[in-house]
Structure formats: structure tokens, C-alpha cells
Design a protein around this ligand. Structure first.
Ligand code: NI
Length: 404
């Protein structure tokens, strides 16, 4: 079952998805603890005959559709958490919780996954193998995916697929990419230490401020001179703090910022180069420095073969012209990366621009306080979830087998 049949089945569950999505949108929850969201998911997928397991210490849900017949296992993932920010969309179902908003579309991801569970449960008798639905909390910085992986979410899983909405891509169009699709994101802190003193007698002190300024510039030169432009990194110093009053040389100056890269090779090179650059600058001035790198999410790497295969599934389902291969990764980060480190798979982007926007590129993007998406696109996303799962099981997990 592909093509029109899948699209039609996804359309049929759209009202259920819109209803769930709006409930979640009204009551956004943050981080790893999403009791309301979890309860709404469990309510929506009860009576589908799924084997349900909830997480320990986090509000995750693993729901297995086991056909009882031998075959591969594919995992479909939807993240469920919101952001700590105000909502200014004016929507009738806007957030009712102050300073919380589903501004990254995870409410829609959750609804699409629940919708896919409904459609696939109806196809159970025609399938062989297992489909695992991974409802994940804590994508926005808490690393919920890594915790779920530790709690055996990938046991017996052969491949994994996820969708992320893109409100400034035309409605119903899928963006995809082979290899790196999203960046790693690490944070750093640098503390430059000298000796405090009177502003009038810097020679009796050891002033950390000029060295800190040199570090800001030296890090930019390091990136452009030492990192391959075709395997890029972004180092951004976003904080520079020191001193309390005009006539005092402080003992410390602190710098902070982020490092992004699209390969682990470049990511590690930046860590090493940053330490060497900072040590060199402070040594030149007779100061000392401490560099602390807080590792964030790794690079999200789509398995090239799986990504090409899933794009073919999309073409088979929707007809040509509904997919585009992205020429570059996005510099945002995503904890689905932890899943893709363990099993082959891909994350695709689903265009969800509201049709009233004449130019999608002007539409408020994810993480905007005015972000809105076209709810009809959820049926398109669910149709692809279903088509990927059905095709994978029908092929026995062989990506070279004919799609159908
Ligand atoms: Ni997101």
C-alpha cells in the first residue's frame, strides 16, 4: 500500500492529529518531565494493540506494533517538548502557560507519530516485522534521546526515521540530505586570569582584558586559517565579561560562546585548536587561562543509503516534485543524532508553511514567538512515516529491494 492509499489513510486521521496537537499546544511542557503530554499520547494510542513502555525518570513512551510475524524493526521518532519562551501567534489554541511555547513544532511531531500509529495499526495484518514508535521528551537541550537509548530504546531496532517541521519551507515538500544534516553544538567557557590592580599602573598588575580581546579575534583567525572551508565550523563568542568599575584592572575576564561543526573531525579539531590558541595568547602576555568545553549534541548524520531510499519512498508516495535534496546541512543541532550514531536512518524536514504566507522564506521560523504551521501538512508527514515503515517491512529491511 503506497501512493494514494497511504495519503488517504493519513488524511482520515488528520482530525485526531489536529485535536492532539492543539491540546499539546495549549499546554506546553519543558524538558524531560512532560506528564500531561505523556498522558495525552497514551490516551490517543490506547486500544491500538501496541505494547507500551514508559521511561524511568523521564516522560518517554515506547510503543511497539508487533505483527507477530518475522521481519525487521523500524523505529519512528517524534519529540514532544516545548520551549521556555512567550507565544505571540494570537492563535485560538495558543499556549495557556506563561513563557512556554511549542515554537519548534514538537507538538506536530508528536501528533504525526500518533497518527502514524493509528494508520499502521490498521495495516497490522498485512505486515511482517515490528514498528517502534519513540515518543521522546527533552530534545531542547536535555538530551532525552540519549537517555532513551541508554534505556534500551534501540534494542532490536534495524533502522530509524524522524521528521522535523520547517515552517519556512513550502507546505508538503520534504527536504532531505545524505550524510551530515545538522551540526554539533558545544558550549565553551574561557577564564583568563591575571593580577588585579590600579588602572593607572598596569605594569604592576597583569591585565587580562587585552588578552581576552586578542582571544576573541584569534579564535576567528583560527577558524578561517585552520579549518577546511568545505568541512566548516562556527565559533561564536557571545559573552565577554570582566571588571566592575572604570579604574580597576580585574583579576579575571570570562568569555563564553558556542562551537558548531558538521563533522566530528572538525569538531575535535576546533576543541584542540581552541585550547592551543588560548594557551598561546595568554602565554604571550604572562597570564593563564582555563578552557572548559561542555559537549552538546553530536553531528546528526543521515545514513546516505537510507536517506536516498527514503527519498525514493517519498517520490513513490507523493509523485515527483515533492522532495528536494538540500545542498548544505543546517547549523542547528538535534539529539536524534544519538539514535543515528547507533542505527542507520535519517531525519527529513517537512515543509509546513501556512498557505497565507506568500513567501515561505518570510514566514516566522522555528523558535520564533510567532511560529505557525499548516496543520494539513501533518497528514503529509504521517503519510511519509507510514510509507517508510511499510516499505521497510515489505522489503525485509533490504534497501535495494523494489519499493512497494
Ligand atoms: Ni525541534
Amino acid at each position: 500500500m503506497l501512493g494514494e492509499a497511504v495519503i488517504g489513510a493519513a488524511q482520515e486521521v488528520l482530525p485526531t492529529m489536529v485535536d492532539l496537537r492543539r491540546r499539546l499546544h495549549r499546554h506546553p511542557e519543558l524538558g524531560l518531565d512532560l506528564p500531561y503530554t505523556q498522558s495525552q499520547v497514551l490516551e490517543t494510542i490506547e486500544n491500538l494493540g501496541l505494547r507500551i513502555e514508559v521511561g524511568k525518570g523521564l516522560s518517554s513512551v515506547i510503543a511497539d506494533l508487533d505483527t507477530g510475524r518475522p521481519g525487521p524493526t523500524i523505529l519512528l521518532r517524534g519529540d514532544m517538548d516545548a520551549l521556555p519562551m512567550p507565544e505571540d501567534t494570537g492563535l485560538e489554541f495558543a499556549s495557556e502557560v506563561e513563557n512556554r511555547m511549542h515554537a519548534c513544532g514538537h507538538d506536530a511531531h508528536t501528533a504525526m507519530l500518533a497518527g502514524a500509529a493509528h494508520v499502521l495499526a490498521g495495516l497490522r495484518e498485512t505486515l511482517s516485522g515490528r514498528i517502534r514508535f519513540m515518543f521522546q521528551p527533552g530534545e531542547e537541550g536535555s538530551g532525552g534521546a540519549a537517555i532513551m537509548v541508554e534505556q534500551d530504546a534501540l534494542d532490536g531496532v534495524d533502522a530509524a526515521f524522524a521528521l522535523h517541521v520547517a515552517p519556512n519551507v513550502p507546505d508538503g515538500i520534504f527536504g532531505w540530505k545524505q550524510g551530515p544534516a545538522l551540526a554539533s553544538a558545544d558550549e565553551f567557557e574561557i577564564i583568563v586570569t591575571g593580577r588585579g590592580g590600579h588602572a593607572s599602573t598596569p605594569h604592576w598588575a597583569a591585565d587580562p582584558t587585552p588578552a581576552a580581546a586578542e582571544i576573541v579575534l584569534a579564535l576567528q583567525a583560527m577558524v578561517t586559517r585552520q579549518i577546511d572551508v568545505f568541512d566548516p565550523a562556527i565559533v561564536t563568542v557571545t559573552m565577554l565579561q570582566g571588571g566592575t568599575v572604570n579604574n580597576v584592572i580585574p583579576e579575571h575576564v570570562k568569555l563564553g560562546g558556542t562551537i558548531r561543526a558538521v563533522s566530528e573531525r572538525t569538531r575535535h579539531a576546533v576543541w584542540e585548536n581552541m585550547r592551543r590558541t588560548v594557551d598561546g595568547v595568554v602565554a604571550a602576555h604572562g597570564l593563564s587561562a582555563e578552557v572548559v568545553i561542555h559537549q552538546g549534541y553530536p553531528v546528526t548524520v543521515n545514513n546516505p543509503e537510507f536517506a536516498r531510499w527514503a527519498a525514493s519512498v517519498a517520490d513513490t508516495t507523493f509523485g515527483l516534485g515533492h522532495t528536494y535534496e538540500m545542498t548544505s546541512p543546517l547549523m542547528g543541532a538535534e539529539d536524534f543524532s544519538y539514535v543515528l550514531q547507533k542505527v542507520p536512518g535519517a531525519m527529513f524536514f517537512l515543509g509546513a508553511c501556512p498557505p497565507e504566507n506568500p513567501n515561505p522564506f518570510d514566514a516566522p521560523s522555528c523558535h520564533s514567538n510567532r511560529m505557525m504551521l499548516h496543520e494539513g501538512s501533518m497528514a503529509t508527514g504521517t503519510a511519509l512515516h507510514v510509507a517508510v515503515a511499510v516499505s521497510y517491512l515489505n522489503a525485509g529491511g533490504d534497501l535495494n529491494a523494489p519499493i512497494g
